[in-house]
Design a protein around this ligand. Structure first.
Ligand SMILES: C[S@@+](CC[C@H](N)C(=O)[O-])C[C@H]1O[C@@H](n2cnc3c(N)ncnc32)[C@H](O)[C@@H]1O
Length: 221
């Protein structure tokens, strides 16, 4: 069961009763998504390019996706977005988040129109944006494709430790291209060591409001 709750910046998130965890930071869902995934991830990785492929772990409400789509539409960047999701939300729940307020209406409507189909196969949502939501666990996910950016947005290690083991981090890292960018809201010594062991250069960045630091890592060429 998921319950809508308001976070400190006024934007909503969901509380997952089974896991005992919110989908976003209690200090601000919108702020966190923009700071960690759009600013430190997408914007950083796409500054000198006109197309970008993103792999996300945990599609959830789609907040990271709609903000990515908005950024790419504004900057005329072709976006290919693949987001692994083991427990997809139904569209009615996503609509209750109020996230329609944070992107232009045409982006919100396109996302709503294609969401259910994107769980089955890739969808060309607009001229600039393509979305696929493989309905599977990260552990079971395999592809030959390599991505420019990885948004690692799993529930926290306290609530879902199996998403932060060395093995699963290594599996996720394997989907990035050389030079690709890994970003996540979390940072621990164990996570840094696990990412580094996969041939990444680690950067500690200021975290989203409420968190001191976050991790960005670049896969060595
Ligand atoms: C922190 S939330 C993601 C929030 C999301 N990015 C958003 O913008 O709403 C974590 C997500 O990971 C999903 N998840 C849980 N276990 C998973 C697994 N083993 N593989 C892939 N996704 C998983 C959850 O269902 C949840 O949607």
């Amino acid at each position: 069961m998921n319950i809508i709750t308001q976070t400190a910046d006024g934007s909503n998130t969901l509380y997952n009763e089974t896991i005992g965890e919110h989908y976003h930071s209690k200090h601000g869902a919108l702020q966190e998504s923009k700071h960690v995934f759009i600013e430190a991830g997408l914007k950083f990785a796409s500054s000198d390019r006109k197309e970008v492929s993103v792999l996300e772990v945990g599609f959830g409400t789609g907040l990271n996706f709609i903000l990515s789509m908005e950024y790419c539409e504004k900057n005329a960047i072709q976006l290919t977005y693949t987001s692994i999701e083991a427990f997809p939300l139904d569209l009615a729940t996503i609509q209750q988040t109020g996230y329609a307020a944070y992107v232009p209406i045409d982006i919100w409507e396109s996302f709503n129109t294609y969401y259910n189909e994107a769980l089955k196969q890739p969808q060309q949502i607009t001229a600039h944006s393509r979305l696929e939501i493989p309905h599977t666990t990260l552990a079971a996910y395999h592809t030959e494709h390599k991505f420019d950016v990885l948004y690692y947005d799993a529930f926290s290690v306290q609530h879902q430790p199996e998403m932060w083991t060395d093995e699963i981090i290594s599996h996720a890292c394997s989907f990035l291209k050389p030079g690709g960018t890994f970003v996540t809201y979390a940072i621990t010594g164990k996570l840094k060591r696990a990412v580094k062991a996969n041939g990444f250069t680690i950067e500690k960045l200021p975290g989203a409001p409420g968190k001191r630091e976050m991790l960005r890592a670049i896969k060595e060429l």
